[in-house]
Ligand binder design. Sequence first.
Ligand code: AMP
Ligand code: ZN
Ligand code: FE
Ligand code: FE
Length: 272
Amino acid sequence: MPADLHIHTNFSDGTFSPEEIVRKARDAGLTVISITDHDIVDGIEPALAEGRKLGIRVIPGIEFTTDLPDTEIHILGYFIDHKAEWLKDLLFKIREDRKNRIYKIVEKLKKLGAAVSAEDIIGLAGKGSVGRPHVARALVNSGFVGTVQEAFNKYLNNSGPAYVQHFRLSPVDAIHTIIKAGGIPVFAHPSVSRRDELIPELAAEGLAGIEVYYGKHSDLQVKHYQALARKNGLLMTGGTDFHGLGTGRDIQLGDIKLNDKFITKLEERLKK
Ligand code: AMP
Ligand code: ZN
Ligand code: FE
Ligand code: FE
């Protein structure tokens, strides 16, 4: 049962619908996937429905961006109760501020010479969670930059001239939120956040796993995070962080195939 536990749909900044993701996952030889959109759970039901048709298991998931000076930590949640009203309310609030932030980003971009409209960018996300990748796509569409990658490198990355934060939870609050929703909190792509030193204290707050298997991780990094997981009594997960086409990322569905035993371990944790 090969699995990929980190996938985005067009309910956040991915380019494929949940149904398309399930079909692509099947074509790539996956049998278990988790939909982990940023700050939204609305893609989960459509994925579950398509998964039932095609015999693909879909684990409800989420990815929270959390707030730390100088860096971002992303916390994944697995097996969350995606129907919980309080959770949907919280996510709605975060998404509203994601929209507000787009206006601020557009103001900064205007001063930098780019003419893109906040309404158009928000429109690109539809009813979903709007983010910097949508801004990047609008900048490409307007011809101001050639690629999404260029938009991030020159303007949108965390230290870029058009960067604006949105309301986000602290890492500890994200962990507690996922636990309250019945889920398992996991530290996403630790090599990207580069704050390994926080892992013991987050584990003490309920962090249950580390995303050891990740597209950009070298063999050495995988070994490093395996050791860190063992040392802190954490589970190991993995996924591609697939976002679709034209998103400035090369990785494809099927490039990471997590062994069954990791899913079993997550399920054992749920029973505790
Ligand atoms: P946001 O959540 O709106 O702050 O946007 C962050 C998202 O942008 C991340 O989750 C990635 O999907 C994407 N992203 C961040 N940096 C890059 C980059 N250098 N190239 C392409 N996508 C990126
Ligand atoms: Zn993303
Ligand atoms: Fe992430
Ligand atoms: Fe992600």
